[in-house]
Ligand binder design. Structure first.
Ligand code: AZC
Length: 816
């Protein structure tokens, strides 16, 4: 397919007109928000034909397509990336300059589309970018939450959640598609009828329904004219409440339907790697899955005449367990609406659905109480029950006399529906998201499934889009790379390897350092504006930005800062390399320990940043409201990338890749994709520490780890821990951080002490930090290592990941 043929004159003219139409002001009087909306709309006008054509070509060429089903799409801002992807940056910058405004200012008016929590949602967003850029037809399907991820305010050091009313400024890119609405049904009961051939037919009655209305957002391929769709569904009442025509019973029912519609899409659950067993959550899941699958099947049948070929043209990729009710919903549609027999329907379903696992954290595995599931989705539950009955029979005949196999693998067990099990049974592919993660799934977490159906298992190491995280996020480095090796890396990241020899050229290293320095100035400016803290751009920017979770061990990082500070106070003459420890993290609203960790970081910052005796050698900054848009600034300015999760716990990580691509050195454990990063960059260009996944798993099994022995024998660690409970960082309330102390040294229940091995890894971490310090003193070495990291980031493009999904799982055809 071709490019976009951006028409600069038309754009100029339309922006003028659209500000008037939309805001009733002339361009001269328009404020930045008004201009932002007009610019967005004028860009949409220029991609609308390619958008329509993409759909048309997909139909003509009858290509196979994928529906990426995800509760979360953490898109960030669209404007800047759309401009880059249609390659109109210079034209648009110029037009805006004629109007007397700066493009960056206009980009800053856009709110983040924060329809996700963290890694899982951002991965989905990167995948959409890569799918379009590689020329595959795909839909991302999710929910149009009225409130996305909350905005984080820090007040008195505490996180405060503020609703994210992101739709307040109308989104110029979205299009409501009333013609494609679907009805989704909840509750009631099923009645069985016999049709003319004597076959049973199941009919759901007495239900409440909502209408799912899709809103489409364009996903623009880089320079290739392919525009795919992110389709987010919104719930509306079936009929508006009409007071007069209802008797009392009808009135109440209608009113309930109204309420249901209003609540379903109201808010994103703010949990990352943890499941909240809330009924509304299951409603959300079924809502968008049912709407998506109904529409997908309907569209397939508009263009084909035999439902039996569905799997040849359609794949449903289930992003974690959240959308796995898809398996049963597709069965329902095939059985009840297309009248297929069980075996036929099952044969189609198990060739159409595929599942990605994103975590081994037990608390993230979704399980629904059977009674709740059955009450909410009576017909779907019958199907789940039948899937389970047949599968259990299969297990029994395969493993006679091994009831533990049923125990481990059944879909229904101890009063619960186990969603991961359903996904594995009903899908043809199960993938992990990094080599180590997939290995752990196969050998530990999903071992019985792997033994029974090894052919389903495969690895797809995550990736990130270089278009957002280098081209857009780090324009200086992007330009430098292009100047030296051309712009092929933008769509073929492995080409960036060509900069590797430049790491041996002192002049290139100097330029590289200068770019990092400029980016650090840019971040320092941001920190000055939003945190009112002065940071030293010559200091090491040592950064940990990601969701706050115990397994990610932000606590290890800040305890080490406290430890360093003690050393510095003991030895004021120590000329350590100045360090700026930068944190950014949101904690789930109900996650107490996580929120207290944020308070601790801010309390430590308060003390250290205001201690004149250390001459600013250490600064601690907590960046408020970490999100995709400010992440782009942060990665580009980082020297050290903290990837310090307890080995085995971080399925992959993707932030680690963004840092690498921007020339930060990894300080990390052998966990998730860190393992592969080190493989690519060379262990000598990273700082690795801590226990291996195997050691962690061994300790977890034998239960011999006792943090108290470390506490008793290590004076430096003991001093830091005592500072948690002696008021050193919270004089007004010395007990404030007691829960953190207890989480490390639970004296009542040692099996629940230091679950994430923070004390165990502390010394090794501190020692790795010393290596960082020593290495940074040699600026020539450091910049060389940083450049080698960038040069070897090629593997971590989501373009590579997507191509692997296409080759091994989806088998899509490229659009011509
Ligand atoms: C995350 C993993 O924690 C992270 O390691 C991985 O990089 C990312 O998915 C993308 O694969 N998992 C989640 O966010 N999981 C849930 C259930 O929220």
């Amino acid at each position: 397919m071709g490019g976009y043929n951006f028409d600069k004159d038309l754009f100029r003219k339309r922006v003028r007109e659209l500000v008037k139409l939309d805001s009733k002001v002339s361009i001269e009087d328009a404020n930045p928000v008004q201009i932002y909306k007009a610019v967005g709309f004028a860009i949409k006008e220029q991609i609308i034909d390619p958008w329509i054509d993409t759909r048309k070509k997909a139909k003509e060429q009858d290509v196979k397509m994928v529906y990426y089903l995800s509760m979360e799409f953490l898109m960030g801002r669209a404007l800047g990336n759309n401009i880059l992807n249609i390659q109109a940056q210079n034209d648009i910058r110029e037009v805006l300059e004629e109007f007397g405004v700066d493009l960056n200012l206009i980009e800053d008016q856009e709110r983040d589309w924060a329809l996700g929590n963290g890694g899982l949602g951002r991965l989905a967003a990167c995948f959409l970018d890569s799918l379009a850029t590689l020329g595959y037809h795909a839909y991302g399907c999710g929910i149009r939450y009225k409130y996305g991820m909350f905005k984080q305010k820090i007040e008195d050091g505490y996180q405060k959640e503020v609703p994210d009313n992101w739709l307040k400024i109308a989104n110029p890119f979205e299009i409501r598609r009333d013609s494609q609405r679907q009805e989704v049904r909840f509750g009631g009961y099923t009645r069985c009828e016999t049709d003319e051939h004597g076959n049973p037919r199941y009919i759901q009655e007495g239900y409440q329904a909502v209408v799912a209305v899709p809103y489409d957002l364009p996903v623009i391929g880089y320079g290739n004219g392919v525009v795919n769709t992110l389709r987010i569904w919104s719930a509306e009442p079936v009929e508006e409440l009409d007071l007069e025509s209802f008797d009392q019973g009808e009135y109440e029912k209608a009113n309930e339907q109204n309420n249901l519609a209003e609540t379903i899409c109201k808010v994103l659950y703010p949990n990352d790697n943890k499941y909240s067993g809330k009924e509304l959550r299951l409603k959300q899941q079924y809502f968008f899955v049912s709407a998506t699958i109904q529409r997908a099947v309907e569209r397939y049948m508009e263009e084909h005449d035999d439902i039996h070929g569905l799997h040849e043209k359609v794949c449903f990729q289930m992003n974690d367990t959240h959308p796995t009710v898809a398996v049963a919903e597709l069965m329902r549609i095939l059985l009840d609406e297309y009248g297929l027999g069980w075996d036929e329907a099952w044969a189609i379903t198990t060739k159409t659905c595929a599942y990605t696992n994103h975590t081994i954290m037990a608390e993230a595995l979704e399980k629904w109480p059977i009674d709740l599931f059955q009450r909410l989705l009576p017909r779907v539950y019958q199907i789940v029950d039948e899937i389970n009955r047949r599968f259990v029979n299969e297990i029994r005949s395969r493993y006679p006399g091994q009831p533990e196999k049923v125990q481990k693998m059944a879909v229904l067990y101890e009063g619960q529906v186990r969603m991961a099990n359903m996904a594995i049974v009903g899908g043809f592919s199960v993938n992990g998201v990094a080599k180590l993660h997939t290995e752990i799934l196969e050998k530990q977490e999903l071992r019985d499934f792997y033994e029974m159906m090894p052919e389903k298992f495969n690895n797809k190491t995550n990736g990130i889009t270089q278009r957002r995280f280098l081209l857009h996020g780090n324009p200086l480095l992007a330009q430098w790379v292009t100047d030296h090796i051309g712009d092929g890396w933008i769509t073929n990241l492995p080409e960036i390897k060509k900069i590797e020899p430049l790491a041996d050229d002192p002049e290139c290293r100097r330029q590289f350092r200068e770019i990092k320095y400029q980016n650090k100035l840019r971040l320092a400016e941001y920190i000055r504006e939003y945190n009112h803290i002065e940071v030293n751009p010559e200091s090491i920017f040592d950064v940990q930005v990601k969701r706050l979770h115990e397994y990610k061990r932000q606590l290890l990082n800040i305890l080490h800062v406290m430890y360093l500070y003690n050393q510095l106070k003991d030895h004021p003459e120590w000329d350590m390399v100045p360090r700026t420890f930068i944190f950014g993290a949101k904690a789930a609203a109900g996650y107490r320990i996580a929120k207290l960790t944020i308070k601790l970081i801010n309390s430590v910052a308060e003390v250290i940043n205001h201690d004149p005796s250390i001459n600013g050698k250490i600064k601690v900054v907590f960046i408020e409201d970490y999100r995709v848009s400010n992440a782009e600034l942060i990665f580009s300015a980082s020297d050290v990338s903290e990837q310090i999760s307890t080995a085995s716990k971080e399925a992959s990580g993707t932030g680690n890749m963004k840092f690498m691509l921007n020339g930060a050195l990894t300080l990390g454990t052998m966990d998730g994709a860190n393992v592969e990063i080190v493989e690519e960059a060379g262990a000598e260009n990273a700082f690795i520490f801590g226990m291996s996944a195997e050691e962690v798993i061994r300790y977890e099994h034998d239960g011999t780890y006792d943090p108290m022995t470390i506490f008793n024998s290590d004076e430096g660690i003991r001093r830091v821990l005592m500072q948690l409970i002696n008021g050193f960082y919270s004089p007004e309330d010395p007990e404030l951080f007691r829960p953190l102390y207890n989480s490390l040294l639970n004296t009542k229940d040692t099996s629940r002490a230091d679950t994430y091995f923070i004390l165990k890894d502390f010394r090794s971490y501190a020692e790795a930090q010393q290596r960082v310090e020593a290495a940074y003193r040699d600026q020539e070495w450091w910049s060389r290592a940083a450049m080698i990291n960038v040069a070897n980031a090629g593997k971590f493009s989501s373009d590579r990941t997507i191509q692997e999904y296409v080759d091994d799982i989806w088998h899509l055809d490229k659009l011509k």
